[in-house]
Ligand binder design. Structure first.
Ligand code: PEP
Ligand code: MG
Length: 574
């Protein structure tokens, strides 16, 4: 097979060389065939359960090593479910009336799961999902299908998939993931963001048919800077890419060494450069890369990694640990931003035509006050002695913001009544990521202590372009004049009300945007930790006056392409 190159959207910088791991969630069709005797069918059930037990034991050990005992406990529970007499009894009853064990298993797990789900109890509902999960595992084994789940990756590999959901990405082991390539997805789909946070090279939007071009074990080179995937690279290509890898590493090390100083423009104005993170590990990474704070702590991953919401204690522990890692630097904790492309399994999600326009973020928090209050309690308690701030996602009007703030006040009252220690003075702000919020900043300022621009969603909603849809990804243009006008308007209106305005959308970490944003007077740039050294370096080269000139020139263009082109020239001249 000769070397062949394919191109997608470069989503996260870096180069990876290694074997492919094709992630294909198993499609399970039950063949129509006559059942064996009861003993034969039940013997097949037993064999499949034994195999499932071995898989689960392996999974449990791997996850315990990587993430701790608590994370692994779910797979211990799954092992116990394998020998649940209720499951076995139901399977046997179906087999005894002439069903194959596969048919019996599907029916038994469905019955058991709906029984649990119908109990109207959160814990039982979560168990219903576990039962389904265990049932799928046994069925997959019965059908002779391989375990292609991401947890089955055993050697460092480049993951190739049709798409990766945020929960798929959350279950990736960074030590075994060299990078990933997906057929779907756009620059700001959450898997791409996570890749940048973890410093993993990523290519998205390769288009349909990606999985026909590769198979597990096939050697490939991927270049996250250009979006190129080279299948069956020859020796010369491998040597060339290894050299680029080494040069890139040394360039990054040099920038990193200089990044521990606070950022200033060339004329000495202090500008904050912070990090976007999702968990403790990336907080450490943020510190190593010179983060002056956390501009966005995405807490939703905590809500996606399990079949039940995280407890107050678990959240308290994690937030506290992150605050401690950041030792005195400000940390903006965003309340749960689930829904959209991040639906957790334990909430009753309607089948939405447009999930990004649907039940998402603050809308869920206001509809599920207990879920919201648990998180607020955890944040307020963990914030004692630290510089934490609370931020609500996807606010689109003042009424929503007032209601959310009212819940914060209720939580504070409850904590006071219960004599629980908490931080009473935590500032509360919002993300500006809907066009509605952007044009209403002066009004929202009444109830918002600060603002942070979420340009991923702001671009999506302004341009009416699904941020994860590869087909329209060419129209996803955060440097579009319409988006830039909303950004400038937000900063101006926020400043006019004396409010701090930061940005935690991906645009804040893009070198082609930083000079313009600096010229607009943005107070804080929050980005994936790996982008910080380069951003600080660039900010240090620009005076405010020069940045204002660049911004004003950029705003004189009518299209994103013209702005991009102009910025290319500016960056080359610096
Ligand atoms: C944004 O929308 O810009 C943002 C930072 O939030 P998220 O990407 O998590 O939706
Ligand atoms: Mg957003």
């Amino acid at each position: 097979m000769p070397e062949k190159t394919f191109k997608g959207i470069p989503a996260s910088d870096g180069i990876a060389i290694g074997p492919t791991f094709c992630y294909i969630p198993a499609e399970m069709t039950i063949p129509v065939c006559a059942a064996g005797t009861v003993d034969e069918e039940m013997a097949r059930f037993d064999t499949a359960r034994k195999r499932a037990r071995i898989e689960l034991r392996g999974l449990c050990e791997a996850i315990e090593k990587r993430a701790g005992k608590e994370e692994a406990s779910i797979f211990e529970a799954h092992q116990e479910m394998l020998s649940d007499p209720a499951l076995e009894g139901k399977v046997r009853a179906e087999v005894e009336v002439g069903q194959t064990v596969e048919e019996a298993l599907v029916k038994a797990t469905e019955e058991l799961a709906s029984l649990l789900a119908g109990m109207n109890d959160e814990l039982f509902a979560a168990r219903a999902l576990d039962v389904k999960d265990v049932g799928r595992r046994i069925l997959r084994i019965l059908l002779g299908l391989p375990d292609t789940a991401l947890s089955a990756v055993t050697e460092p590999s480049i993951i190739v998939a049709e798409d990766l959901t945020p929960s798929d990405t959350a279950s990736l082991d960074p030590k075994l993931t060299l990078g990933f390539i997906t057929a779907q997805g756009g620059l700001t789909s959450h898997s791409a963001i996570l890749a940048r946070t973890l410093g993993l090279p990523a290519i998205v939007g390769m288009g349909n048919g990606l999985l026909e071009k590769v198979f597990s074990g096939l050697p490939i080179v991927m270049d996250g800077r250009t979006g190129e995937m080279i299948v069956m690279p020859d020796d010369e290509t491998i040597t060339r890419y290894k050299q680029i890898q080494i040069q890139r590493e040394s360039h990054l090390q040099n920038l990193k060494a200089a990044a521990d100083k606070n950022a200033h423009t060339a004329n000495g104005r202090r500008v904050e450069v912070a990090a976007n993170i999702g968990e403790v590990l990336s907080a450490r990474d943020a510190m190593e890369h010179g983060a002056e704070g956390i501009g966005l702590l995405r807490t939703e991953f905590l809500y996606l990694e399990d079949s039940q919401p995280p407890s107050e204690e678990k959240q308290y522990r994690i937030y506290r640990e992150i605050f401690e890692v950041m030792s005195g630097r400000p940390v903006i904790v965003r309340t749960l931003d689930i829904g959209g492309d991040k639906p957790p399994s334990y909430l009753p999600f309607p089948n939405e035509m447009n999930p990004f326009l649907g039940w998402r973020a603050i809308r869920i928090s206001l509809d599920e006050p207990e879920l919201f209050k648990t998180q607020l309690r955890a944040i307020l308690r963990a914030a004692v002695g630290h510089r934490a701030r609370i931020m609500f996602p996807m606010v689109s009007d003042l009424d929503e913001l007032r209601r959310a703030r009212e819940i914060v006040e209720t939580v504070k009252r409850d904590l006071t009544l219960a004599s629980v220690e908490f931080a009473a003075d935590v500032p509360v702000g919002i993300m500006v990521e809907t066009p509605a919020a952007a044009v209403l900043v002066d009004v929202l300022a009444e109830a918002s202590d600060f603002f942070s621009l979420g340009t991923n969603d702001l671009t999506q909603y302004t341009m009416a372009v699904d941020r994860g849809n590869a087909k329209v990804s060419g129209l996803f243009q955060p440097l579009h004049p319409a988006v830039l006008r909303l950004i400038r308007q937000t900063i101006d209106a926020g400043h006019a009300k004396g409010k701090w305005v930061g940005m935690c959308g991906e645009l804040a970490g893009m070198t082609k945007a930083i000079p313009i944003l600096l010229g607009f007077g943005l107070d804080e740039f929050s980005m994936n930790p790996r982008a910080i050294p380069e951003a600080k370096n660039l900010i240090g080269k620009l005076t405010d006056e020069r940045a204002r000139e660049i911004a004003s020139q950029a705003m004189s263009f009518g299209t994103a392409a013209e702005i991009e082109n102009y910025m290319k020239g500016i960056l080359a001249s610096l």
